[in-house]
Design a protein around this ligand. Structure first.
Ligand SMILES: C[S@@+](CC[C@H](N)C(=O)[O-])C[C@H]1O[C@@H](n2cnc3c(N)ncnc32)[C@H](O)[C@@H]1O
Length: 424
């Protein structure tokens, strides 16, 4: 017998997250002849550190209006869920994104190339949700532990049915819906960036989460597709490593991005359940800004001025994993920025969104350190401007004092967000 679905949108009820709109200033419209007068971005996935429409539009508009060359091709080398690529396309730009994580690439490709009819895909997802659970769980024991027996048995039944779906776009749509459903349908402590179980949590039935997120996704796909009317859609997302950009010298006119901040998120750990469910690789060593697993580097790997005292005093140099992580981060950014300097054409602009955070009551000045590295890589006129503060931020403003979890109202630990610009 099919599982009975008891969850549904109530009449007139809005999906949980409404799309965000950002106005494109007139000055930019004079240059961007194929642009719409506003950018709209859907919600898509609870992926960490996503750009809000206002932020990404502001950054794109600045590089277009302030570069010393016409901007037609833009790159986001840390594109996450592809918000820069989606927004760039709505502005009539050719946009390319690069991302290391399979989840980010999957979400990004869904938004750029959604199913022909997203509501039909949502209906297919609902049919999958109604498949009866398997007699016993065959998912990874760790995942079964997170999900509980009922959801683990249900996922066991859903997975092969999902694999059999022939239409790639529909399969991707349902994969993202499943990914988004796993945490609410598990014992994962809500809001936690680390894999932390809440023993009191009763996982929501997977079928209910799936129906809910499939509808949210259909609405998001439809919204962004409607925003493309009349605009050519040159856009792509590449699975790769930002330390080696698969682009020709001078291949783009601008970079608009937000790189990983120092040890803020482990983008694999925070979506651990999806990686377990789909068996995706977790190339942690390639991840920039990772906290653990770095070997000491030769003394010749110098640090920017702004990082030195943190390295020597707070992080106690190579003796601690934080000290090693800071030098590895510096080195990885250098490698990436050398590539950025290679692929941006002369006269092009780069815009990197980075934030200063407060650690142990002191400001960790990532912005100054990053600006120094940008100058070192050969960019000119390097300067940082405070970022548009959108409702949805790159980082929540702080951590809850008691739990240590990221929190939107932990006023004591501040985060200041900036855009660092550099001219090629
Ligand atoms: C701050 S997030 C970007 C989020 C994005 N702006 C969005 O709106 O979804 C940084 C991204 O960099 C990715 N990343 C980390 N190391 C990388 C690497 N070596 N190459 C490419 N991407 C990497 C992470 O997986 C993460 O998605």
């Amino acid at each position: 017998m099919a599982t009975e679905l008891t969850w549904a949108w109530e009449p007139g009820e809005q999906p949980a997250f409404t799309p965000r709109h950002a106005t494109v200033p007139r000055l930019a419209l004079e240059r961007l002849h194929r642009a719409r007068d506003h950018v709209v971005l859907g919600w898509f996935h609870r992926y960490p550190a996503r750009f809000a429409a206002e932020v990404v539009t502001d950054m794109l508009v600045r590089v277009v209006t302030e570069a010393r060359r016409p901007v037609a091709r833009v790159l986001d080398p840390f594109c996450g869920t592809g918000s820069v690529v989606a927004a760039g396309r709505q502005l009539g730009l050719a946009a390319i994104g690069l991302e290391l994580s399979t989840l980010g690439v999957t979400v990004g490709r869904l938004r750029l190339d959604p199913p022909a009819d997203p509501w039909t895909a949502a209906a297919a997802c609902e049919r999958l949700a109604a498949i009866p659970p398997a007699v016993e769980s065959r998912v990874e024991p760790e995942l079964a532990d997170w999900l509980g027996t009922a959801n683990a048995r249900h996922l066991t039944a859903i997975k092969p049915a999902l694999d059999e779906i022939e239409d790639e776009r529909t399969r991707r749509f349902i994969t993202v819906a499943v990914s988004q459903s796993l945490r609410p349908s598990s014992r994962w402590l809500p809001g936690s960036v680390k894999a932390t179980a809440d023993p009191r949590r009763d996982p929501i039935p997977l079928a209910h989460s799936l129906v809910r997120w499939a509808r949210q996704l259909a609405r998001d796909c439809e919204t962004e597709r409607n925003a493309l009317t009349g605009v050519p859609s040159e856009a792509a997302i590449v699975h790769g490593n930002a330390r080696k950009l698969p682009l020709a010298d001078g291949g783009v006119d601008a970079i608009v991005t937000s790189p990983p901040y120092f040890i803020t998120y482990d983008y694999f750990e925070i979506q651990r359940l999806s990686y377990l469910a789909f068996g995706w690789p977790m190339p942690r060593r390639d991840q920039i800004g990772a906290k653990y697993g770095h070997h000491p580097l030769p003394a010749s790997v110098a640090l920017p001025e702004a990082f030195r005292s943190w390295y020597e005093h707070e992080f106690r140099a190579e003796r601690t994993f934080l000290g090693r992580a800071l030098r590895a981060y510096t080195q990885d950014l250098r490698t990436h920025l050398a590539e950025a300097a290679r692929v941006v054409a002369p006269g092009g602009l780069v815009a990197y969104s980075v934030a200063n955070s407060v650690r142990a009551g002191r400001v960790f000045d990532l912005v100054s350190g990053f600006a120094e590295l940008l100058g070192e890589a050969g960019f000119a006129d390097v300067h940082a401007l405070p970022r548009v503060q959108a409702g949805r931020r790159i980082l929540p403003p702080g951590r809850d004092v008691r739990s240590g979890r990221f929190s939107s109202d932990a006023g004591r630990a501040g985060v200041r967000e900036y855009i660092v610009f550099g001219q090629r």
